[in-house]
Design a binder for this molecule. Structure first.
Ligand SMILES: Cc1ncc(COP(=O)(O)O)c(C=O)c1O
Length: 382
């Protein structure tokens, strides 16, 4: 039997599907990695101690399955948000939680909705279930498309707040109107909320149709450990618990996340540092270079590079990106949407990394050959 004949028997919609394309993860050292919004700093020393303690001299604890419900971590997360453990589900990264949500609510003929542009994993997960994807587009002002959300008949709608890849925060009254008016489950992906001025995690108490998702990857420097969580009404959490793998979070991930969560002072300090670097870098881009950049509530900025002649456009972004890669700096570009194709998303690194980036932007401006079809300089509004 050939591989092709086996594929003929796979679910047909999967054969037509494009996989999610993650940001580049070079495995060799020497890169300044500003493309996937990892934290620029190491996790709390208490995380390392807790992991060492858990592994012990001989790794004996690794023989045993972890807590199937991640019980101690659930309790800690619930305490932090003023909720009950029944309001919390822990996942193998935020992506695991998003996948569980899609599996619970989407299927053939049952669409999932998402706001566009935001996290492009949502439509991939919806497509995996053979479900139609409903795109709710932002205007250039990037206000939440409340009308589209409220009119949507989808049983589930995903939005990222603050948004990615643009970094903007939404008005609380728009979020409230969207949740109150939507008839399905509204998933507020708060992966970047720890870097924002405000969040809506506490609203889970008020709205049974709100599910807030979080990640330990960015705010808690644990992208490599894969931990995230959902906050929602107990009935929604119960549904997720029925669908998830029984041991979906590894023993070491549970230990690392718990130790991280307990070191509040360390992480509050990191958030302050990252926000200060972000504001400095934002000023450098906007005031010194005159590049339009959305005000960011996250640990990255979304900026429209302009070449030495003041031109912007996809060709300019490509020239900018290529120059950075040639100097071993990675950022991320989103060429497939009109609102994102002139922009680059740059994660906030250490001050030293951002200084090297600044110097490399200078050399791009001095040396880059003019792109052939860049748009002439024209003021852009937000
Ligand atoms: C908006 C958004 N949601 C969720 C995730 C997933 O995070 P995790 O690493 O916890 O799976 C990411 C990661 O980049 C993200 O940008």
């Amino acid at each position: 039997m050939s591989a092709n004949s086996i594929l003929q028997r796979a679910r047909p919609h999967l054969l037509a599907l494009h996989a999610y394309v993650p940001g580049l993860q070079p495995q060799e050292p020497g890169w300044i990695k500003l493309n996937t919004n990892e934290n620029a700093y190491p996790p709390s020393p208490r995380v390392v101690e807790a992991l060492q303690r858990e592994i012990g001299a001989d790794g004996a604890s690794l023989r045993l399955y972890p807590s199937p419900t991640s019980a101690p971590l659930r309790a800690a997360v619930a305490r932090r948000h003023g909720l009950k453990p029944e309001n919390v589900c822990i996942g193998n990264g935020g992506d695991d939680i998003l996948n569980l949500l899609v599996r619970c609510f989407c299927g053939p003929e049952v669409a999932g909705a998402w706001t566009v542009p935001s996290y492009s994993l949502y439509p991939v997960l919806i497509g995996l279930e053979g479900a139609p994807v409903q795109a709710l587009e932002f205007e250039r002002d990037l206000r939440l498309p409340v009308g589209g959300i409220v009119r949507s008949e989808a049983p589930i709608c995903f939005l990222t707040t603050p948004n990615a890849p643009t970094g903007v925060g939404f008005a609380a009254e728009d979020l409230r109107a969207a949740i109150a008016g939507f008839r399905g489950l509204l998933v507020a992906d708060e992966t970047y909320a720890p870097f924002a001025d405000s969040d809506i995690a506490g609203w889970v108490r008020e709205f049974p149709n709100l599910c807030v998702t979080r990640s330990f990857s960015k705010s808690h420097c644990l992208a490599g450990q894969r931990i995230g969580y959902a906050l929602a009404h107990p009935e929604v959490i119960d549904l997720l618990d029925r669908v998830r793998d029984s041991y979906n979070v590894s023993r070491l991930s549970q230990v690392a996340a718990l130790a991280a969560f307990e070191d509040v002072g360390y992480y509050d300090g990191l958030v302050r540092t990252i926000r200060a670097t972000r504001e400095r870098f934002f000023r450098e881009l906007t005031q010194r270079r005159g590049w339009f950049t959305y005000p960011s509530q996250t640990n990255f900025v979304f900026t429209e590079p302009r070449d030495a002649a003041g031109r912007a456009g996809p060709e300019v972004v490509k020239s900018f990106y290529d120059h950075l890669v040639a100097n071993k700096i990675l950022v991320r570009c989103f060429p497939s949407h009109p609102l994102t194709r002139n922009f680059a998303r740059i994660s906030i690194g250490t001050d030293e990394e951002m200084n090297v980036l600044g110097q490399t932007i200078d050399t791009w401006l001095q040396n880059a050959p003019p792109p052939s079809s860049a748009a002439p300089a024209k003021p852009t509004s937000s």
